[in-house]
Design a protein around this ligand. Structure first.
Ligand SMILES: Nc1ncnc2c1ncn2[C@@H]1O[C@H](COP(=O)(O)OP(=O)(O)OP(=O)(O)O)[C@@H](O)[C@H]1O
Ligand SMILES: [Mg+2]
Length: 466
């Protein structure tokens, strides 16, 4: 029997199945519960959207190959699959699959449903795009398809398996907290707490008690015993944000806790054991802080067992259209707007902008544009002035020798030559594509390259012309 429905729910556990179905129906989606006899692999492709929401065990009870079979008959179908978080690793890596850890949280379910709808809509709009060029996301929250982001996803998945301490570095707004949450969510600790502490936001003299707790009377204002964030994060993950701002005396104490895996609350002499996974983050360059002795070298090495760096948005411009599309969908829904998108010219401006505030800045801009515009397309005239400024890295004039690019000043703090060269090259390629309206042959001619060389470069760099 062909099921004519937007959402199909499969779960052998009646209670969960009814809950999921009731929730989707309540949200206004046409929903069908798949019973034992229903055909999982036959859907009516004229209906839209087509989304399967399934419990992993029940799905695999039908067939170990169930997802592949579904996609054979309906390549656009999106599957939201839920299970214990350690099961995520057994699932294929596919953009049409969204994993949701158990126990089910309805807020999370709603946000992945939105993501699935958005994904399918995008796919319908751009049917000619091969599947592997569709948006990628991890944990249904982190979006990106640049080579750097795909590497990051892989790294996060690997790191999640262990309990090793992770240090995430990157400019402000690049997604450090998002990455930390994804590591927790994919780890075996996901059913326990993820406890964030912003070391820069808590006054120095209170941070110790915030982290380790205190006993009654240990300082003025300590009217009762209080447990600290370490204890709250027991068996879970403690996220020490802006660690570069922690004062020296506390750095020593933290080092001791990391080594001994025990701590004493302020005013107490009794040690407490904890099993906490630490993820630290900083938007300051900790290497430099170690060099200037603002950060302890021994603590730095303890924290950076696994170092992760999230690149700034300007070094992965191919993620910009994808993120714009994502936030556009989100704010259209949140603000009840009907904005269709950005005109090609406006999108081009945004792809050329350098985004010093990274993804956060982009998110804020899209929110502002959608709120103000209400419907139709956002054009260049709608964009604030600063987004119209020419890019800082522009095609420089050739020097007398005809080959050495000039025009980019070496910043006082130095530069990472490889990524600067990479960004420079990406910028020129994208400019050539923009100028030729995406015509690769003409773009290659502008760059004095063979067409095939340009195509190879685009593939290798995972660059896409929006
Ligand atoms: N790859 C991404 N996909 C979707 N949203 C993202 C991505 N990266 C960042 N964001 C969004 O951008 C905002 C900033 O992200 P986040 O708070 O994780 O950055 P951060 O690096 O911790 O910033 P800061 O250093 O300023 O604390 C958040 O709203 C987050 O949801
Ligand atoms: Mg942060």
């Amino acid at each position: 029997m062909t099921v004519k429905s937007s959402f199909r729910v499969l779960d052998g556990d009646r209670k969960t199945r009814d809950l999921v179905s009731a929730f989707l129906t309540y949200k206004g989606y046409e929903t069908v519960i798949l019973d034992d006899n229903a055909d999982l692999f036959d859907t009516d492709r004229t209906t839209s959207p087509r989304i399967l929401v399934a419990d992993l065990v029940s799905l695999f009870a039908r067939s170990g190959d169930a997802l592949q079979q579904i996609w054979q008959t309906d390549p656009e179908q999106v599957a939201i699959v839920y299970a214990q978080s350690d099961a995520a690793r057994t699932l294929p890596h596919d953009e049409r699959l969204i994993f949701l850890p158990k126990p089910l949280n309805l807020d999370e379910l709603e946000s992945v449903v939105m993501r699935a709808l958005e994904y399918q809509a995008l796919k319908v709009r751009m049917p000619e795009q091969p599947v592997d060029e569709y948006p990628h996301f991890l944990c249904s929250t982190i979006i990106g398809r640049s080579r750097q982001m795909l590497n990051l996803f892989e790294m996060i998945e690997k790191v999640a398996e262990s309990s090793a301490t992770v240090l995430i570095q990157g400019e402000s707004g690049t997604g450090k907290e998002l990455a930390a949450r994804a590591i927790h969510q994919l780890s075996s600790r996901s059913s326990k707490n993820f406890v964030p502490v912003n070391c820069a936001a808590i006054p120095d003299d209170l941070l110790e008690s915030e982290l380790f707790g205190h006993v009654k009377g240990s300082f003025t204002g300590a009217y009762a015993n209080r447990i600290g964030r370490f204890e709250m994060a027991d068996k879970g993950t403690l996220f020490l944000d802006e660690i570069g701002d922690m004062k020296a005396t506390l750095q020593v104490k933290l080092l001791r806790v990391l080594q001994a895996k025990e701590f004493e609350p302020v005013g107490s002499t009794r040690s407490q054991k904890v099993d906490v996974r630490i993820i630290a983050a900083s938007n300051k360059n900790l290497d430099e802080q170690v060099a200037t002795r603002d950060f302890r070298e021994d603590l730095y090495y303890r924290l950076s067992v696994i170092p992760i760096t999230i690149p700034p948005l300007r070094d992965r411009r191919e993620d910009i259209p994808l993120l714009i599309n994502h936030f556009q969908g989100q704010f259209n829904r949140d603000r009840r707007r009907l904005v269709k998108g950005f005109t090609r010219e406006a999108l081009e401006m945004l792809c050329n902008y350098d985004w010093p505030g990274n993804v956060r800045e982009l998110e804020n801009l899209v929110e502002r544009m959608i709120t103000m515009k209400e419907s139709g397309f956002i054009t260049v005239d709608d964009l604030p002035e600063k987004y119209l400024a020419p890019r800082t890295v522009v095609a420089p004039p050739l020097s007398v020798s005809g080959s050495v690019p000039v025009g980019k000043e070496l910043p006082p703090e130095g530069i990472c030559l490889n990524s600067a060269v990479d960004a420079f090259e990406n910028g020129l390629i994208m400019q050539a594509l923009h100028r030729t309206g995406g015509n690769k042959k003409e773009a290659a001619a502008l760059l004095n390259l063979k067409r095939t060389t340009l195509i190879e470069k685009l593939k290798k760099k995972n660059l896409q012309f929006p």
